[in-house]
Design a protein around this ligand. Sequence first.
Ligand code: GLU
Length: 462
Amino acid sequence: MVKTRFAPSPTGLLHLGNARTAIISYLFARSQNGSFVLRVEDTDKERSSKEFEESVIKDLEWLGLEWDEFYRQSERYEIYEEFAQNLLKEGLAYRCFCTPEEIEKERSIALAKGVPYKYSGKCRALTKQMSQSLADEGKPFTIRFKTPGNLKLGFVDLIKGEVDFSSDDFDDFVILRSDMSPTYNFAVVIDDALMNISHVIRGEDHLSNTPKQLLIYKALKFKEPKFAHLPVILGQDRSKLSKRHGAVSISAFRDSGYPPEAIFNYLALLGMSMSEGQKEILTKDELIKTFDLSRIGSSPAIFSYEKLKWLSGQYIRSYLPLERICNDIEKFLEYSFDKEYLCKILSKVRDSFDTYLEGANRLKTFAPTTISLDEEVISELKPLLGYLQELLNLLEKEGFSPEGAKRAVKTLQQNHGIKQSELWKALRLSLTGERQGISLDIIFELLPENLIRERLIGALRC
Ligand code: GLU
């Protein structure tokens, strides 16, 4: 059975890269009728926090991911310790009593020489008895894996193809820290094996960890899973996507009013080869049905903020039910609207914005308030004020409606020979404080008469 997992370290916010890894792992599992595991990798006590764990989980749920099993590595220390003890017994690992200062010294010597740091292997030479008696004395130790020399460590990655390493590239790495917490490479293997993960799908930054993990699979006599390493995501300038390019955390996109479906859809197809004429807007179920791991390219994916925003706009104008948009946009509004009124407005204007934040901005026109006019608007409006007074008088007669406004504008044009566009401009500036925006037809249809009157009177006083 296919089983995948997403294994975030709760050391920061969920960002686009990790969210994409989660989505791909999820889609692959679901496309194979398999299951999906969420495993929080919180063994780095200093950098992990409950707040980050909660925010990552919240973001994953918001994106629409569901998992069948949930684990937290900090609750599984006994398991890792038992496996480490077994390796110790079998002579495949050893206790290392080197102090952090000694290790630091080795590291700085390597740095000075300009060579990559590797542990000297000093404690490998300790006899079993020596090691035991130092441990009995209470001397702190870590447990290191005895990396065999001169071993080819190759595997076929489902995305990257054949990957080769040699065990000589690695030192005797720590598997259990002195506080008996496991290191990433050790815990990940034990968990992936015990949880029966069939496919490990993760970011390319872990490619060089895989050979170390293969050594542990062998030592523990576990069956290896298949590996698929996703290429990195780059910005348009081809450098690694980072804050310099724009928002990178999922929560930032949520706060800017992107619907989760748009982000899910975008990340699911990012870096995928597409066949001609293939639909780009797909629901989660369609993405599951059409998912094909072999369509993920091995070269970096280029992230486009414009494309994501476009997709967000598509979801808002054509794909999400109106009721959803009404509910979603509420938290972005500065004023609270009557729900029915809000939905009515949105049914007319949902095609004029790409995110809820932009939409909320648009909706300001309909808020039960006066409009503040800036200097520039006032100076544009000044020469038209005489006409505005007449427009107001005519509207009182003709009615504050789209038809009434049309009749009023036409009458004034005929009486004074002024261009209709100038008159509409005067109305728009007075009613919205802006040069562009929602069509005046919609404004006259939906803005209550008293607000129209108030705003026109307000403008006349400017
Ligand atoms: N905790 C690791 C990370 O967040 C997971 C790597 C893996 O999927 O094996 O990068």
